[in-house]
Design a protein around this ligand. Structure first.
Ligand code: SF4
Length: 694
């Protein structure tokens, strides 16, 4: 990091990495960013930050950025730099040609959870009102779509129930499938502080994450379950709570659907759900599971935090509903210190979902079949909206391979690297006639693109991100877009090149449109955000400054709804050829596929992904620490170095996925969540063997 002098001016903006949404003061000297200083009045971070956010500006200035639009007729041709007008006219004419030749539904788009609310709103508006279909999806498809389904079904809204401050009032934390010290470091610091003050921690994770045992923090219980058995563990915890009379009956009678509760209580009480009955499947000792359930039900304010270790499974949505059941049964909803809290991975994954990025939902999680909601947007946009859900990302790729889907606009998302079954993604992209990639770098997906539209970084645009606690934070422009246009301007220009008449002069006007059409954003404006610092949706007449804790007097859907959560084993089975189970995660200094963090000072902390393997499994295979190994599955194989550690149990291996060379998704399967198609990244049957290197 080179500091080039004292700052002359600064603006407060929001980190563009994880769902904590830390506020920073971007200190500038002229047009040069001198440093990013954690903002002490930021409500999500209160002056703290992690190494990712501090050095994020590195990628804004990186030499790999593409700053000029490019086109090519075929993916085997070289790229040609062209003007913005030429690139947009070409993309527009190709999309229109495809629709003329193959039908209105032969094109679609993908919004980005790295972009602002205003930008994702515009992309879904482009698809719905200009493309004329609902073929819009988002990268939340591959991370938290089960959260949307599970919490909407049980509570009535697709969001976490609490603010981060709530952790300061909790007595027992149930942490499932999340590793906050690496994935959400600033929240992890607040959690650790609470644990040091006496709160108890239950960790449910196949791997011994740092919070299980670290200086001054020791989990009361670590349920090191076999990957893929979350539902069996949670249902067994419910079994203990119900059969031992630990249900908060007063809460359930008053706040929940009593008939549904009784059905659920009878279901979880069945002997087949007892800790003893499921221990063979889960690998968790019955007494550990019983003790954890008792602690959660009787230890005071209980809160549940979870991450992708819950959602990225074939039973991801079922697991979210099992979590929601547990919170309702123990009365842990609707006040500070309790609740259900998905730790969102990307900076704006909450916002991209809020903004109508799913093919079945308009902004505010309202189904496209709802006549009244469609009428609101039809009046404003002056066009009819399809009342049938469109295609999800995997369906778009399937349709492309089958020949009925031909054109795709991808904003800020590298689906070739981040989506499962790389070969199938490549086949789908290769079969399309026009792929438009709108991004900062020539990513892997761009290998299949015909038009490349340079993207802008969070430092180059105005807008808002919504973090994991539903907090709408301002993003403020601190430098002129190096590529000439902010992302919202590019989407507007593409819409207009296709015949729309959009005339937004500033992203604040887009937010005004969101506020006017989306009840949970009622009254939100840049003026309000400048005054209040930030607000947590829902905002409305009775709560103009937002709602830190939801479901206080009643659930959004009325009565909370218990759902029966039957454990169904994944179809991904171990066997003689693939006897180990692979699961994946992140490290502190890197972010997702590393497209941004590998282009910052953070690169010094992480040079490669490694495969964690238990000493017993390594010895059996003659694998030495640091040696190259071949990791193979039914889908494919890759090569990486081994890290021998007892953090993972025998039979389980683990890797991160930050480097393209690792190609983790060449290994993963195409199994997915039954309700949302969220890929089952967290369970893959694999074999590991010595290798001479890549
Ligand atoms: Fe905060 Fe997350 Fe950014 Fe780190 S990556 S500074 S925890 S928002």
């Amino acid at each position: 990091v080179i500091e080039i002098g004292l700052p002359e001016h600064s603006r407060v903006t929001t980190c563009a990495y994880c769902g904590v949404g830390c506020s920073f003061k971007a200190e500038m000297r002229g047009e040069e960013l001198v440093r990013m200083v954690p903002y002490k009045d930021g409500k999500a971070n209160r002056g703290h930050s992690c190494v990712k956010g501090r050095f994020a500006y590195g990628y804004a200035n990186h030499r790999d950025r593409i700053l000029k639009p490019m086109i090519r007729k075929s993916i085997s041709d070289p790229w040609q730099e062209v003007s913005w007008d030429e690139a947009l006219a070409y993309a527009a004419s190709e999309f229109r040609r495809i629709q003329y030749q193959h039908g209105r539904s032969a094109v679609g788009g993908i919004t980005s959870s790295r972009c602002t609310n205003e930008e994702t709103y515009l992309v879904q508006k482009l698809i719905r009102s200009v493309f004329g279909n609902n073929n819009v999806d988002t990268c939340a498809r591959v991370c938290h779509s089960p959260t949307g389904y599970g919490l909407k079904t049980t509570y009535g809204t697709s969001a976490g129930t609490q603010d981060f401050d709530s952790v300061e009032h909790t007595d027992v934390v149930l942490l499932i499938g999340a590793n906050p010290t690496d994935g959400h470091p600033v929240f992890a610091s607040r959690l650790k502080k609470r644990l040091r003050a006496g709160a108890k921690l239950i960790v449910v994770d196949p791997r011994r994450i740092d919070l299980v045992r670290s200086p001054h923090v020791e989990a009361a219980h670590h349920l090191a379950l076999r990957p893929g058995t979350n539902v069996a563990v949670l249902t067994a915890m419910a079994h203990v709570i119900v059969t031992e009379g630990l249900v908060d009956e007063a809460f359930v009678r008053e706040r929940c659907d009593w008939d549904a509760f009784q059905d659920w209580a009878a279901f979880v009480s069945e002997p087949r759900h007892s800790p003893e009955s499921v221990s063979q499947v889960t690998g968790v000792a019955p007494e550990t599971l019983r003790s954890a359930a008792r602690l959660f039900a009787t230890g005071g304010n209980g809160s549940i935090y979870y991450g992708l270790g819950v959602t990225e499974h074939s039973q991801g949505s079922t697991t979210v509903m099992a979590i929601a059941n547990l919170a309702m049964a123990t009365g842990n909803i609707g006040r500070p210190g309790v609740g259900v809290n998905p730790l969102r991975g990307q900076n704006n994954v909450q916002g991209s979902c809020d903004m109508g990025s799913f093919p079945h939902e308009l902004p505010g999680y309202r189904h496209v079949s709802d006549d009244a909601t469609r009428a609101v947007f039809e009046r404003l946009w002056g066009t009819a909206i399809d009342d049938e859900p469109g295609l999800r990302i995997p369906n778009m790729l399937d349709a492309a391979v089958d020949g009925s889907f031909k054109g795709l606009y991808v904003q800020g998302e590298d689906i070739l690297q981040s989506d499962p079954d790389t070969k199938h993604v490549a086949a789908g992209l290769a079969a399309m006639e026009c792929v438009v990639v709108h991004d900062l770098f020539l990513n892997e997906t761009a290998n299949y693109a015909h038009v490349f539209l340079p993207g802008s970084t969070f430092l180059e645009k105005d807008g808002t991100f919504t973090n994991a606690e539903r907090r709408i934070n301002r993003v403020r422009k601190v430098m002129t877009p190096k590529n000439g246009l902010a992302d919202w301007q590019v989407t507007q220009a593409l819409a207009n090149a296709m015949g729309a008449g959009w005339s937004y002069a500033d992203p604040s006007e887009i937010m005004d449109e969101i506020a006017a059409t989306t009840p949970s954003f009622a009254g939100v404006s840049y003026a309000l955000l400048d005054r209040a610092g930030s607000v947590q949706w829902p905002c409305n007449e009775t709560a103009p400054l937002g709602t830190p804790v939801m479901h206080i007097d009643g659930f959004v859907r009325g009565k909370g709804r218990f759902i029966l959560t039957e454990y169904v084993a994944t179809d991904e089975k171990t066997g003689p050829r693939f006897p180990l189970l692979l699961t994946t995660g992140r490290i502190l200094s890197q972010y997702n596929v590393g497209a941004q963090t590998r282009r910052t000072a953070n690169v010094v902390w992480h040079e490669e992904d490694r495969l964690e393997i238990h000493p017993h499994d390594a010895e059996q295979r003659g694998i030495k620490d640091g040696a190259w190994v071949r990791l193979s599955s039914r889908s494919g194989e890759t090569t990486l170095r081994a890290l021998i550690t007892d953090r993972v149990a025998p039979g389980v291996v683990y890797t991160t996925f930050h480097h393209p060379a690792t190609q983790a998704n060449v290994i993963t399967t195409d199994y997915s969540d039954w309700a949302t198609n969220c890929p089952e990244y967290k369970v893959t049957a694999v074999q590991v063997s010595p290798s001479n290197g890549p």
